[in-house]
Design a protein around this ligand. Structure first.
Ligand code: NAD
Length: 479
């Protein structure tokens, strides 16, 4: 079993006082012990970041771009190790873990390109309605930032925050999820070798209470960028409010896949399975409500059952597994509770709903599909974060849109139709930050990530992800 340092401050790896036990969810065995940090480690990390800030914030864009590209190259060089760690710690099948690594590389390269553009564009002239004054606009790094990430896409979420924060010129204290620190620690090792000045990047592994809450409260931190559950997001925001910190929040979802009357049924089935069962459904963007045009519904559910039952569950490290286990025992129990409550509420189980008999060990739950789900049930309304789909027949396009929008969340949606006019009309009517039309959940660094309503505050990726770490300064000078 690996014993790993879980704190990295001012260029030095350290063993913190709070041990974290890291489990392989496919066999329930301990994979590693990580010596995590506490509030004192957060204070030291923040101080180190503060000390490094004046140097890093005055570096040129091209200097920052160079480091970001070195990180991208380092991630590529360690691809195999990162994939294996991600698969064994998260339970992701190898093919999914590969996609995470691709995403991390693309994100660092994208923000390297944006950083390269800073030097020419740092001071922009601003048109004024008078000749008596001239004004220029500068975008400056907002300071030391705290990045708090969840366990479902740990490396990707980290990259989406860290790459723009470093590109902007911020210094960083990163807190990985205590459930999945292993790939994060490997990524941190890549970053440690990329040529950043000491103190620009710091990491403190640990629990939410010991480390995350301390970060949110630390007055030297200018901004918290948080991805995780709504309950914790609210706590982070409350704590951050005490010192009037900026917050970016990426929270939960209860998203829909809308199968319109002109849909290609094959494609709809494929995307329903991807939207519900990729990463064992542990996605904030899971399209866990499937709304199917009445004319297609009967055929759709028969074929969805067959397709869901053909998904091969097993060891994520075995190439033939399509789906792995849930991330840990707590999540396994939580999803079971939702399934039981759904049955109690009168929903009809079409398939799945329990552990596959051939996998007695590990946190496996078969792909699960419910029909006849009451609209006021927790199964229909709450984020389940497991491989559970609720399918419903809809009488019209308007009903599909109304049902999709009837949620406190508004992260993403998918629309399937050969009638592109109808699909685009529906996409425009949906309250969601990202809508895919006839497409899987492809994510580009150029397009924003984030949602409406209680799913998000702010946007990640694209230039929006960068401006989240920048302050706007205007300098107005009399002629
Ligand atoms: P979580 O909220 O339990 O934990 C997220 C992070 O916050 C972890 O690092 C945790 O240690 C830390 N934390 C816990 N308590 C804290 C506190 N009091 N103060 C500060 N930090 C604290 O979430 P999770 O279970 O790791 O992840 C699943 C959730 O994340 C789901 O709700 C999912 O929808 C959401 N998520 C959202 C997005 C998005 O982009 N919108 C992406 C991925 C996951």
């Amino acid at each position: 079993m690996m014993k790993l340092a879980g704190v990295y401050i001012e260029g030095v790896w350290q063993h913190g006082p709070c041990p974290l036990s890291v489990i392989n969810p496919s066999n329930e065995q301990q994979l590693a012990e990580v010596a995590g940090g506490d509030g004192a480690a957060v204070a030291r990390a923040t101080l180190a970041a503060r000390k490094a800030f004046s140097g890093w914030s005055s570096s040129t864009g091209s200097e920052r771009a160079k480091v970001l590209r070195t990180i991208a190259e380092g991630v590529e060089a360690r691809r195999e190790r990162l994939v294996t760690l991600q698969a064994s710690n998260n339970g992701k099948p190898l093919a999914e873990a590969q996609l995470d690594v691709d995403d991390v590389i693309a994100t660092f390269c994208y923000y390297a390109d944006l950083a390269d553009g800073f030097d020419a564009g740092q001071d922009c002239a601003v048109a004024l309605p008078t000749d008596d004054f001239v004004a220029r606009l500068r975008r400056e790094p907002c300071g030391v930032v705290g990045l708090i990430v969840p366990w479902n896409f740990p490396m990707v979420t980290t990259a989406w925050k860290l790459a723009p924060a470093l590109a902007a010129g911020c210094c960083v204290v990163l807190k990985p999820s205590e459930v999945t620190p292993l790939a994060e620690l490997e990524l941190a090792a890549v970053i440690a070798e990329a040529g950043l000045p000491d103190g620009v990047f710091n990491l403190v592994c640990g629990t939410g209470i010991a480390v995350g809450a301390a970060l949110a409260a630390d007055p030297r931190i200018a901004k918290i960028s948080f991805t995780g559950s709504n309950a914790v997001g609210v706590q982070v925001m409350q704590r951050a409010a005490e010192t009037v910190k900026g917050v970016s929040l990426e929270l939960g979802g209860k998203s829909s896949l809308l199968v319109l009357e002109e849909a290609d049924l094959e494609l709809a089935l494929e995307l329903a399975c991807l939207g519900g069962f990729f990463n064992a459904g542990q996605m904030c963007s899971a399209t866990s409500r499937v709304l199917v045009a009445e004319a297609l519904y009967a055929d759709f559910i028969v074929r969805l059952k067959t397709q869901a039952e053909s998904i091969r569950l097993g060891d994520p490290l075995a190439g033939e597994s399509d789906m792995g286990p849930l991330v840990n025992h707590a999540q396994y129990q939580r999803v079971h509770k939702h399934i039981a409550a759904g049955l109690d509420a009168g929903a009809q189980l079409l398939c799945g709903g329990s552990r596959p008999a051939e996998l007695p060990c590990g946190y496996f739950i078969s792909p699960t599909v419910f029909t006849e789900v009451p609209l006021d049930s927790a199964l229909w309304r709450e984020e389940i974060f497991g491989p559970v789909l609720c399918v419903r027949s809809v009488a019209s396009e308007a009903e599909a849109v109304a049902l999709a929008n009837d949620s406190e969340f508004g992260l993403v949606a998918s629309v399937i139709s050969r009638d592109l006019g109808a699909a685009q009309r529906v996409a425009n009517a949906l309250e969601a930050g990202l809508v895919w039309v006839n497409a899987p959940q492809v994510i580009f660094p150029q397009t924003a990530w984030g949602g409406y309503k209680q799913s998000s505050i702010g946007r990640e990726l694209g230039p929006w992800g960068l401006s989240a770490f920048q302050e706007i300064k205007h300098v107005v000078t009399a002629r």
